[in-house]
Design a binder for this molecule. Structure first.
Ligand code: NI
Length: 194
């Protein structure tokens, strides 16, 4: 296992569509997965996509730890969003389908844009499918932060970084500065890169 170098915005791999994984059970995919898991644990992130570690393949990993789910529950209280802990998930060749037109905005950050954050609109509810490295079919419905994380990670597979989704660029900047200027009743930039 190895901790991998994470590509930063501007690297051509991050703006290129990734290729379908032909054999999710292949030995080289298991090695890549093990390295991605170790890399994500090392940086303490929420999710990681293979192109971020210089592998142009349609594979993402993510999880929502209990502490983060609790923070989202507090922040989104009253919105009825799904805020449950999500176990570490390996998603190969994922597909996303929005469930309805509703979108919501919240701050995101990304391991490929260290120190920055921006407020991004995402579909509130989605269905996503894919397979695991064990060949298991994964099909889930997700809401709120869970849906946001999956949309963010899968965007990486299409060469899209979150700033490209921002509709108001005044809501994009260095995390340190954005926290300093925030209003008490607005969504706050959170720690934890997705
Ligand atoms: Ni990211």
């Amino acid at each position: 296992m190895a901790i991998l170098k994470i590509a930063r915005m501007g690297h051509p791999l991050l703006s290129a569509p990734a290729a379908t994984v032909a054999d999710p059970g292949a030995p080289e995919i298991r090695v890549l997965l093990a390295d991605m898991l170790e890399t994500l644990a090392d940086v303490g992130g929420i999710g990681l996509a293979a192109p971020q570690v210089h592998q142009p393949l349609r594979m993402v990993i993510f999880h929502i730890p209990a502490a983060r789910a609790a923070a989202e529950r507090y922040r989104d209280s009253g919105l009825g969003e799904d805020d449950a802990e999500v176990p570490l998930t390996v998603l190969i060749n994922p597909e996303i389908e929005p469930l309805g037109e509703e979108t919501a905005e919240a701050f995101e950050s990304c391991l490929s844009l260290p120190g920055m954050t921006g407020r991004v609109p995402r579909f509130t509810r989605i269905r996503y499918t894919g397979v695991s490295h064990l060949g298991e079919v994964i099909e889930r419905q997700a809401e709120g932060f869970h849906a946001r994380v999956v949309q963010h990670e899968c965007d990486h597979l299409d060469g899209i970084l979150y700033p490209q989704r921002i509709t108001d660029l005044s809501q994009f900047g260095f995390t340190e500065e954005m926290k300093r200027r925030r209003e008490p009743d607005t969504l706050e930039p959170e720690e934890g890169d997705i």
